[in-house]
Design a protein around this ligand. Sequence first.
Ligand code: E4P
Length: 223
Amino acid sequence: MRILLDTANLDEIKRGMEYYSIEGVTTNPSIIVKENVDFIDHMKALAELLGKDKKLFIQVIATDADGIVDDALLLNEVVDADLYVKIPVTPEGLKAIKMLKEKGIKTAATSIINSQQGMLAVRAGAKYLIPYVNRADNILADGVNAVGELVDFIEIYGLDCEVVAASFKNIQQVHGCAINRVHAVTIPGDLLDRLASNHLTDFSVEEFSKNWDKAYPGKNNIR
Ligand code: E4P
């Protein structure tokens, strides 16, 4: 399971790149407005920070097919990155994904709640499927199960597509997706820190240090 960061905050991304092996960054309009920035300038800054070897997912603002295609073309023109244009799965979104596939623009179908929406997006030409786990859980639609179904369908039908599960509120949801063999997850920085930390691990480290210090007072490394 690969990991992406679900944020548009430059400091959070810098930290994510320093501490963890992230594959890239995902954003959406709600995440971007939190930064209180100029949209295009900030997307350029994200692209510069990530470089060409990390993926950048940017969502369109328009909701009609022609407008979505126009947003996608603009992003492709001005953002110099390994860019995937995120498009919510609606009838207009599916039409836009199909139009963009014909133009050779890479897309990620987002806001997916059930696996059938995902299957339609693959057929339209999306390279990534982004199912919303917590939002599905909130309507008792079992987000983790939808992720598992998508992964199975991709294998069964031999589809050229991957799942980046999103919308997480806890580690249990991330773990459920891993068990369901998800290709990648995108999570906020605080949840990534929670994945990496455990109080029992901290306890063990403290115990090692205490025992070492008793034997070799003041010598806190090997050298
Ligand atoms: C990422 O691609 C999604 O836009 C994001 O994870 C949605 O998360 P939310 O349900 O917490 O808003």
